[in-house]
Design a binder for this molecule. Structure first.
Ligand SMILES: [Zn+2]
Length: 385
């Protein structure tokens, strides 16, 4: 007897799903470990270092390699559901194909061999080097190719663009403001549920968390609470990452130029402000504020960070009460001064091995080397992800 599976699919849909699963298995066999160098003709190290950290995320690999974003949002063509027709997502698909498809690597090796017949050969297996040309083309408007740019700015830009491309137009720009708890839910739960329902992108699923900001008016003591999604935590420089985070969550006062205008008493004046993490993201990115403006100075030196980071004591909300342990899997490092510098990346890849990526070149490194770096962006993921 054939067991009946009640998955709500028709016979034809089930066959199509099986075929697709079969195709993916076959494609999987065609994949490399994705350890490649990234070509840099000019100032693109900020981009390359960031991309190497993203390549280490399996969920993004599947999503872009198999263009899953297209399947999820297939719908009536006359309804403008999605912005920009997946322009940057499409560029990422091409990029991931170059990084992961063995056939592309073989092609590269063959091309190299043919060129070497004409030029001198140095022996030894050459590293695979790919050019993230399609992604460059998509960012030219924002990031001029003749200047060095900030790696965090690039990360923020691509995250928000990829997020937009998968967010239905009708729900874009919806604000998360003080939400009353309903149906026995806390305001934290309610605001997160609303956010999730309106933000289905892979970027939100992986990188978005929610922070709760509490402002207390110095005149009338009225408490104002807002919930805001975040994708990176920009923290001030301290000796350890724990201290950076504690500093970020510390109560502060709004005064001087930042005076607060209260909605209740309508007066302007001092206020207390405090941020809490009400929902932790699956992937938590720390941005260490090394660059100081307008003084144009860079803070050098090391912030101590560890392979594992438990955020339990930093997270008051019950939303993540049992899921607060993170594991480090990537970092970008800025070498040199603010005006003339270079970015490299360290990322953990298949088999838990760490690699250092410096544009075209890469090498296996020890974890102790990684922990000694002067990090700029730090990528952590929940151990349960
Ligand atoms: Zn007030």
């Amino acid at each position: 007897m054939i067991p009946q599976v009640d998955d709500g699919l028709t016979f034809a849909q089930r066959i199509a799903a099986q075929t697709k699963a079969q195709q993916r298995m076959e494609q999987l066999a065609q994949l490399s470990d994705g350890i490649v160098g990234l070509q840099n003709y000019s100032y693109f190290c900020y981009m390359n270092s960031c991309l190497q950290c993203l390549v280490a995320i399996d969920q993004l690999k599947e999503h872009f390699l198999y263009s899953i974003y297209k399947e999820k949002f297939a719908g009536p063509k006359n309804i403008p559901r999605i912005r920009n027709h997946f322009r940057l997502s499409g560029a990422f698909t091409k990029f991931y194909q170059l990084v992961f498809l063995k056939k592309n690597h073989q092609q590269y090796i063959e091309d190299q061999r043919n060129q070497k017949r004409r030029s001198s050969s140095r022996g030894g297996p050459p590293p695979i080097i790919i050019t993230p040309e399609y992604i460059k083309q998509e960012i030219y408007n924002k990031f001029s190719p003749v200047f060095q740019h900030d790696c965090h700015e690039f990360f923020t830009y691509i995250m928000s663009t990829l997020q937009d491309e998968e967010t239905p137009v009708t729900t874009q720009g919806m604000k998360q403001n003080a939400i009353a708890g309903g149906a026995g839910r806390t305001p934290e739960e309610e605001s997160w549920i609303q956010f999730e329902q309106t933000h289905p992108s892979i970027i939100d699923k992986l990188f978005s968390g929610m922070q709760k900001t509490i402002v207390i008016c110095g005149k009338c003591n009225e408490k104002s609470i807002t919930f805001n999604p975040f994708m990176t935590l920009s923290v001030a420089f301290e000796s350890t990452l724990e201290k950076c985070l504690a500093g970020f969550l510390k109560e502060d006062s709004l005064d001087g130029r930042d005076q607060y205008r209260c909605d209740k008493c309508k007066k302007q004046g001092k206020a207390k402000i405090k941020t809490e993490l009400s929902k932790l993201p699956n992937i938590l990115v720390f941005h260490l504020k090394r660059f100081q403006f307008p003084s144009m100075k860079k803070i050098t030196g090391r912030v101590q960070f560890k392979t594992y980071f438990d955020l339990e004591k930093y997270c008051k909300s019950p939303l993540d009460a049992k899921d607060t342990l993170y594991e480090l899997f990537g970092l970008t490092v800025h070498i040199g001064s603010l005006t003339s510098g270079h970015y490299i990346a360290y990322t953990k890849r298949t088999g838990g091995k760490w690699y250092m990526f410096n544009d075209e070149s890469y090498e296996l490194v020890k974890e102790s080397d990684v922990l000694n770096q002067e990090a700029y962006l730090l990528f952590y993921r929940k151990v349960t992800l």
